[in-house]
Design a protein around this ligand. Structure first.
Ligand SMILES: [Zn+2]
Length: 632
């Protein structure tokens, strides 16, 4: 866990390994950040029966790590503190429409303890917390229902991938869709002796208390619920009738977390580019886990280590990269994307001047299904890389990727609508750097529990570690190509086409809402951008064929700056840290495209929407101008 002694030792271990591999400038970078740890978590049913809930995950004989005694108190990071006795209400997934349904049934939620299921439909746990906070709930318990990640899905661990009875999902509830990173330093880095605001003042801090729970414990509560029968869609996988309450189950709940500042440690190393040392290709993965982190994040860390080792070996054969490769092991991702955010803020100037791309791998393998999210400029490139890398099942990753989508004639899908949930956020939304997020996923019901362990990965997730290795190969080939290419393979024609689709969608929404908005100038700007992108790509190919290095270099330099042009320094309304005008996360973590404009439209704020259309057109014009500057 971030802030622990063990985590620091692992940072040192990684640094030592990287030095031994031959990486350069290996450093541990300290960031003092607001990082609360749990002190107390107790839940006792006080009516209609009396029972103290265990709130503990039980040992499994097949997994020696599950019997460890020092795994800490399960908690939700950045929860408020609470000591309350109140009746329980069952709120299904804890989304706004769920509370609306409770209201229609006449269930008063104010001052009650809300029991909410994780997932189905998915929303970030911080959004459930925000919703509960807005509805005046006293505290929120987040439990893993067997219908979502337990026995209703299939075999439970150790026999299968799903969560056993007592597993529970830790995690942050911070409002990092408003502001990620140390809440005390919005937009600048937390460094020893630096400037800090009070954490309580931050737009990212919840005022509600929340904690995780297993279905073993939640069952005791649900068995003692009365009130209206919950709708069919709300019935979970436990053998009982789910009821809305309130009560008669009544809980005494104590949640206490400390309010400490702790040091976190990013490990960053380089292989300095010999031709263009100021142009960076960055590979990152987080190191901190909630407990053992078998998949999340250590599968990714294993792939990162192997990638770094391979590059070290290449340099030993005399090879030097053309551009600089940066390797990063982030800390405290689980808290609020903390380590990557602080480093991005620290290195903002150099990153904005020369970063080509950030390639993120959080979990590398919880299964065998290749899955990629990236900005539209990178989709063609990422598919090309997939064609070059073998898949453990035979053929290339590209082939198995396409097969897994059932498509024959269609390109496999890169998710271009980026939300949030891992370390790429600072690079995309704050710095305007092209990002990609890579994983092999599969059924994985033990996320953030003690059962996400070495043994889970070894027995269930990736026996033989073939997909860990495949990810290392993919990651290395992608980084190598970006480092060595003549001009960066960013496809802005594709990007512009996507933006035109987003504009069409938003225009439709605006029309449905009877807003008087003229999209023609924004559409025109996107069209001009698409044209400029096509022209510069053609020019680059011509220059390459003609061996005109000067033009190639100029065009490459312009491609590098296009994503940056999509930022607006004023940022989004109410969350100025988020500066990208094409992508932002919704509070649910779902992607929000054309965020400033869409939010204005969804709020039926015509006046603001007019301004946002203009701000967007200007950003698209800037992107066009950047490309045209390469065409001179
Ligand atoms: Zn992770």
């Amino acid at each position: 866990m971030a802030g622990s002694r063990r985590n620091y030792e692992l940072a040192q271990y990684i640094a030592e390994q990287w030095r031994a591999y031959g990486l350069e400038d290996v450093s541990l970078i300290e960031h003092p950040v607001y990082l609360p740890w749990p002190v107390r978590y107790e839940a006792t049913i006080v009516a209609p029966v009396r029972a103290r809930l265990s709130l503990k995950e039980e040992p499994i004989p097949q997994d020696k790590d599950s019997s460890a005694t020092d795994v800490g108190i399960p908690y939700c990071a950045y929860s408020a503190n609470v000591d309350v006795t109140a009746p329980v209400i069952y709120v299904n997934s804890g989304n706004p429409e769920d509370y609306d349904l409770l209201a229609r049934h006449g269930v008063d939620v104010k001052g009650k303890i809300a029991l909410a299921r994780y997932s189905v439909p998915y929303s970030y746990r911080g959004f459930k917390a925000l919703t509960a906070q807005r509805r005046g709930v006293a505290a929120l318990l987040l439990y893993s229902d067997p219908a979502d990640d337990g026995y209703k899905k299939g075999e439970v661990y150790p026999w299968g991938p799903w969560g056993p009875e007592s597993h529970l999902q830790r995690g942050g509830i911070v409002y990092d869709f408003n502001l990620p990173g140390d809440p005390r330093t919005p937009g600048w880095a937390s460094v020893p002796g630096g400037r800090f605001l009070p954490a309580e003042a931050a737009v990212s801090m919840p005022t509600i208390a929340a904690a995780p729970m297993s279905y073993k414990d939640a069952r005791r509560i649900l068995e003692n619920m009365g009130g209206p029968t919950a709708p069919q869609a709300w019935q979970g996988g436990l053998p009982l009738t789910y009821r809305l309450g309130p009560g008669p189950a009544k809980l005494h709940l104590v949640i206490e977390n400390d309010r400490k500042v702790r040091s976190i440690w990013n490990v960053v190393a380089r292989l300095r580019g010999v031709e263009s040392p100021d142009e960076w290709v960055i590979l990152g993965n987080h190191r901190d886990a909630w407990v053992f982190g078998g998949v999340d994040p250590s599968s990714g860390t294993a792939s990162l280590m192997e990638t770094a080792r391979a590059f070290g070996e290449l340099t030993r054969s005399g090879w030097k990269p053309r551009r600089t490769l940066v390797f990063a092991s982030w800390d405290a991702e689980e808290f609020t994307l903390t380590g990557s955010t602080e480093w991005g803020e620290l290195e903002a100037d150099r990153l904005k001047a020369g970063a080509l791309a950030y390639l993120n791998v959080d979990s590398s393998a919880s299964g065998n299904r290749f899955s990629v999210s990236a900005v539209p400029a990178l989709t063609t490139f990422l598919r090309d890389v997939a064609r070059a890398v073998p898949d453990p099942s035979g053929g290339s990753i590209y082939e198995s990727w396409r097969r897994s989508e059932g498509g024959r004639d269609q390109e496999p899908e890169v998710t271009t609508r980026l939300g949030s949930g891992s370390d790429y956020t600072v690079f995309l939304n704050f710095l305007g750097i092209p990002v990609a997020d890579l994983t092999f996923d599969g059924p994985y019901g033990v996320y953030h529990s003690i059962y996400d362990s070495f043994t889970w990965v070894d027995r269930v997730g990736d026996p033989g570690y073939y997909y860990h290795a495949a990810m290392a190969r993919y990651w290395a080939v992608a980084a190598l190509r970006l480092s060595e290419c003549n001009f960066v393979p960013l496809d802005y024609e594709n990007y512009a086409r996507e933006v035109r689709v987003y504009l069409d969608e938003t225009e439709r929404t605006a029309r449905e809402r009877k807003l008087q908005l003229d999209f023609s100038s924004a559409q025109g700007a996107a069209k001009r951008w698409e044209q400029a992108a096509r022209q510069s790509l053609e020019a680059a190919n011509r220059a390459l064929t003609a061996g005109d290095e000067k033009s190639v270099e100029r065009l490459h330099g312009s491609f590098l700056k296009v994503e940056r042009a999509l930022l607006d320094q004023a940022g989004l309304a109410g969350r100025p840290w988020f500066k990208h005008l094409i992508y932002a996360p919704r509070p649910t973590y779902k992607p929000l495209v054309l965020p400033a404009l869409t939010e204005a439209v969804e709020a039926n704020n015509e006046k603001l929407a007019v301004l946002e259309l203009d701000r967007l057109s200007q950003a698209l014009d800037r992107a066009t101008a950047v490309l045209e500057s390469g065409l001179e």
